[in-house]
Design a protein around this ligand. Sequence first.
Ligand code: MG
Length: 403
Amino acid sequence: MALDVDGLGQGKIARAILLQPIHLVISGMNPQITSVEAILVDLPTIRAHQLSMATMQHQTMVIIRLRASDDIEGIGEATTIGGLSYGEESPEGIKLTIDTYLAPVLVGQDATNINDVMLKLNKAARGNRFAKSGIETALLDAQGKRLGVPLSALLGGSVRKTLPVLWTLASGDTHRDIEEAETLLAERRHDTFKLKIGRRTVRDDVAHVSKIKAALGDRARITVDVNQAWNEIDAALGIAALEAAGIDLIEQPTPREQRGALARLAARFIVPIMADEGVTGPEDALDLVRGSCADVFALKIAKSGGIYAMMRTAAVADAAGVALYGGTMLEGSIGSIASAHGFSALPQLSWGTELFGPLLLKDDVVTARPQYRDFDLHIPEGPGLGLQIDEEKLAFYRRDKQA
Ligand SMILES: [Mg+2]
């Protein structure tokens, strides 16, 4: 068939003229991101919280407010632990990254196409997963509000309405820790307790943990988080003693880069070994699975770079038969509830969660704080995250508040 070159060209032009206004109308229908604000907030904690790398007296969070042309606002949170002592992003750095580099990419984008927005962010900025996670939460919160559905509905729906939440005993004092655990058991708030160890000698840490386990017996599950503080030799000695004491789970005993050490420990002991710092996103998960490095993965939306990336990490674990645990960066209510929506949508979550961040804070920047009872966190059912900013509290706790 002979081509009518001239006719084809005219047709193309005609179609282009015809399609252009329609395209504009379609894109005009979708709300665009109009502004992104990153606010540093310092909230006091109920007590000093001792970790192997830092002692926290307050928690600093970056609260993100993302507004769109349909007047809907989404909120998100990017929070890390102890400045730069845990992660590679500091609160101040997260704010700078958002203000200087991410907000200009976001403004003008279709607020409803979260996959496309996140792809553009990932092209514009490498890494910076905490900042990206907070922005993704704000986009999902706004879209949930827009459609009148909970955030988990945007993930395909929740398979659990509540999540088991453990509590970290981190006063550093054995008797105080036992008293705290007894009170929380009696209140039916927590029945699993995690101990942050690795600051003291292995012998002292094992003695501390063993006394707490002996006091609580079968009434509570006890786990330990070493936060990478041990070398392989100390880890082998420590885990052998902790296993004998009846400890249920050992979290990240050795440095995250030393995957061989983790694999040898996982093969050597019956007590499950969990990777936390060692598993950020799906790529790490794949490497850990290939090396049979861990029995359990700790998932966190911040370290993965958002809820969707966390779910992709979980998919790798599911494929390999690795158990899952819902971790925290000690976020406040916004970040914790964002995590909760994500964790609620996972097919398996056999080790529960540690979403107790809001309980560690004396005060909050949301109007209704998350509900904890009968050993579970009850996930809000309202649109989006199901949370509202308390404007007065936010004005009071923001670092740049007007005197
Ligand atoms: Mg950990």
